[in-house]
Write a protein that binds this ligand. Sequence first.
Ligand SMILES: Nc1ncnc2c1ncn2[C@@H]1O[C@H](COP(=O)(O)OP(=O)(O)OP(=O)(O)O)[C@@H](O)[C@H]1O
Ligand SMILES: [Mg+2]
Length: 340
Amino acid sequence: MFIEIAEVSKQFLQRGGATPDKPFAALQSISVVVEQGKMLALVGPSGSGKTTLLRCIAGLETPDQGDIRIDGREVFSTRTGANTPTEKRNLGLIFQSYALWPNMTAEHNVAYPLRRRNVPDAECRARVARHLELVGCGHLGDRYPHELSGGQQQRIALARALVYEPAVVLLDEPLSNLDTSLREHLRAQIREIQRRVGFTGVYVTHDQGEAFYVGDRVAILGEGRLVQFGTPDEIYRNPNRAGVAAFVGASNRVEGRLGAGGGTFECQELGVLPLAAPVPGAATVMDRVLVGACDEYTLELRGGVRWRARSDLRLTRYNPGESVALAIAPDEFLVYPGRA
Ligand SMILES: Nc1ncnc2c1ncn2[C@@H]1O[C@H](COP(=O)(O)OP(=O)(O)OP(=O)(O)O)[C@@H](O)[C@H]1O
Ligand SMILES: [Mg+2]
């Protein structure tokens, strides 16, 4: 494992105004690993601890508990007291505000990490040119940040993070300031560059789609805890709790109870469903919208319950108002314990 995070916890003191400061657990015993050359996507709602965990990996935050290893080296441990400073962890960092130096051209921005490391001039120039080329900005070297679009600035920041060929690149919401189409374009580029260069990455985002796109593995955080960790496929097919199922989207949710023996599920909206066979049901089409190569239907079931379903465009298309039969594949039907 290239990055190993073992039982990392971090508390902050929350200022309580008139009341005394209260400790608040931003990270609670988080353990995740990232294999060499792979990308881990860290995803979760605002305040769930993503940035805090990234800052712990970077050495910008000191955990209260736990161990962090990078490339077999212990960079942090409360057991041994190890705490390698950030600049010795061989990391490339890209933060949400990509903060290029405004008074330096793109080329000088990218050269900065090399100059700080006293890389000789000729080699510096060659590496800068190669990395500007890599991010598709070979022609923009002379421009100042204010003469670049948001996406171009983002790519220059990426080149700057990669130029000294760090083994690990940490990215905190690197695309959140950009519009959707540019974000999708750049996330594809980041993925491609990551595969080509082969760095090990941790990519923070609160966007589930982006996490599943860029991550070889995805770690879902919620209130400082690791909620689920797995490949996008595993998480999508088998969300380990109802909250994750809702978060990964494309799911419908009904409340009901398991029949005796667990072979059936009973709810008002769908009746008694045998869990081992397709579930038939009558529904009315309320709406149809095109989503990529699929039609997405909003259906209405008994009791006025809304249900979302997707269908390949090449299959029969239904219009609002039509009655349709609904079949739910048993292996796509997941049952979670409720509050009772
Ligand atoms: N230096 C700090 N002092 C006190 N509390 C902090 C500090 N840094 C973070 N926190 C708190 O820790 C929690 C986790 O913060 P963090 O920045 O890791 O969240 P996040 O998942 O990155 O959220 P976002 O998606 O909004 O960026 C939040 O409740 C935040 O207020
Ligand atoms: Mg954050």
